[in-house]
Design a protein around this ligand. Structure first.
Ligand code: BES
Ligand code: ZN
Length: 446
């Protein structure tokens, strides 16, 4: 491993660029400045654009007529690191153990976007120029729904005009196994707040006469699914086309399935919607999840209290055929109809993004598959969909009118969003090779 590259990677990881945390705002901004310096060092012209939220960094080479224009997109923001006590070392003090880098953001997305930036620098140094017109866009709000990027795309539509977009922010089916992702789930967030009495109450004095918001919340959450693991909101599945048999067959042959999911997750057993395999459940079926829940006494021991409020943070993963607004309207109606008596339910919508699917065998898709094979020689490219969301990918299509190639480098046990997130240096190096091969392969389609 080139030690300057490793130094860059570790420096990048030391910024606690947690986009959701207002207290880290200056660290997020410093991280954007660092990315801009790296892009400049790779030979691009760079601007850092302030937004109502975190900055957007855009780099470009000199554009020439007759060449294809490629945009590479990534994000420098990361998810919060908590629970901190479950990390083996502090999340923003990266460590290399057995050639694997451990830190928040190592996989998602710092290692992957930095590999592109370094690949660009290598080509510029060795060849003097890139084979394509390039735009690199690195944002700081992906992990909170890319709130300000849509407006930015609209305002800067002309400068950002391109033929296609490439993103390395998805997974691989196994180490060394090149993987092309042609679909992502959409997402819609909803926060529930259930309130009861004006204040916390003694549960002996008032319990039985005043409704308990935590209990009401539990009942509300339990009405989201039936006992078969299907979502019980009327009309939730409307418009979703059945899975194609070629997809089911292809996914069943992948070297990643129930056994690996059990091993990676450590869950006692797998569970989900009846009639589907785990890959089908995560890649092609919608879900309703509780991401956080609270209310009442959380301390050690007991406290006989009737809490005045309880809350839950939900996200729904959506698949092609579903529209976030339409689905969420149905969810709200369902929850309101099931709200038990004696409490008040407030619902606040959060970020939302549409699902995405593209043709992996388009000319650009095939070129990208060739590049993946060059970066990870020896194996056929796996064509998959993924359960995660990158909401901006659909916005790219709507505003810029172009498709996105998803060429991810994350491994199943990368622990993205969880303690001990990690990224192998092998994948980091492969990412640099991938960038170089990709720009060459895409340029050949001129
Ligand atoms: N890199 C992920 C998306 C991803 C993860 C795609 C796994 C495919 C497989 C991205 O950074 C992410 O985490 N996105 C969020 C979006 C949300 C906060 C709007 C997600 O999926 O939860
Ligand atoms: Zn993420």
């Amino acid at each position: 491993m080139n030690s300057a590259y490793l130094d860059d990677f570790l420096t990048f990881l030391r910024f606690p660029s947690v986009s959701t945390d207002p207290e880290q705002k200056h660290h997020v901004a410093a991280c954007a400045e660092w990315v801009s310096a790296k892009l400049r060092h790779s030979g691009l012209q760079v601007e850092v654009h302030a937004t109502g939220g975190h900055p957007i960094v855009v780099g470009r080479n000199e554009h020439r007529p007759g060449r294809r224009t490629v945009m590479i997109y990534g994000h420098y923001d990361v998810q919060p690191a908590d629970p901190l006590e479950l990390w083996e070392a502090p999340p923003f003090e990266p460590r290399v153990v057995n050639n694997i880098v451990f830190a928040r953001g190592a996989t998602d997305n710092k290692g992957q976007i930095l590999a592109h930036i370094l690949g660009i620098g290598e080509t510029m140094r060795e060849e003097g120029e890139l084979p394509v017109n390039l735009i690199v866009l690195v944002e700081g709000e992906e992990e909170i729904g890319s709130e300000h990027l849509e407006q930015f795309l609209t305002t800067h539509r002309e400068e950002l005009r391109c033929d296609l977009i490439a993103v390395s922010d998805t997974g691989m089916v196994g180490q060394g196994h090149p993987t092309f992702t042609y679909g992502l789930r959409g997402i819609a967030a909803l926060e529930l707040k259930v309130t009861g009495a004006a204040t916390d109450l003694h549960s002996g004095i008032y319990g039985g006469a005043v409704a308990n918001p935590a209990m009401a919340l539990a009942r509300l959450l339990s009405c989201l699914h039936d006992s078969e693991g299907r979502i019980a909101v009327p009309g939730f599945y409307n418009g979703i086309p059945p899975l194609e048999s070629w997809e089911r067959e292809a996914w069943a042959k992948l070297p990643f399935g129930d056994e690996e999911i059990l091993a990676v997750t450590g869950a006692p057993e797998l569970f989900g919607e009846a009639g589907y395999t785990s890959l089908e459940r995560t890649w092609a079926r919608p879900t309703a999840e509780v991401n956080g829940i609270g209310g009442g006494f959380q301390g050690v021991g007991t406290k006989t209290v009737l809490p005045r409020e309880a809350f839950a943070k939900l996200t729904f993963r959506l698949v092609p055929g579903q529209n976030p607004e339409v689905v969420m309207a149905k969810v709200r109606v369902h929850l309101l109809a099931h709200c038990p008596p004696g409490v008040k339910l407030e619902m606040t919508g959060g970020h939302a993004g549409e699902p995405y699917v593209t043709n992996p065998n388009s000319p650009d898709g095939v070129a990208a598959q060739r590049a993946l094979k060059r970066a990870f020689p020896g194996k056929e490219v796996a064509l998959i969909r993924e359960g995660g969301s990158i909401p901006i990918v659909n916005t790219f299509k709507r505003i810029l009118g172009v498709e996105t190639l998803l060429l991810g480098l994350a491994l199943p046990d990368c622990r993205a969003h969880a303690p001990n997130e990690n990224f192998p240096l092998e994948n980091f190096e492969a990412g640099i090779r991938l960038n170089r091969a990709l720009l060459q392969e895409l340029a050949r389609l001129t």
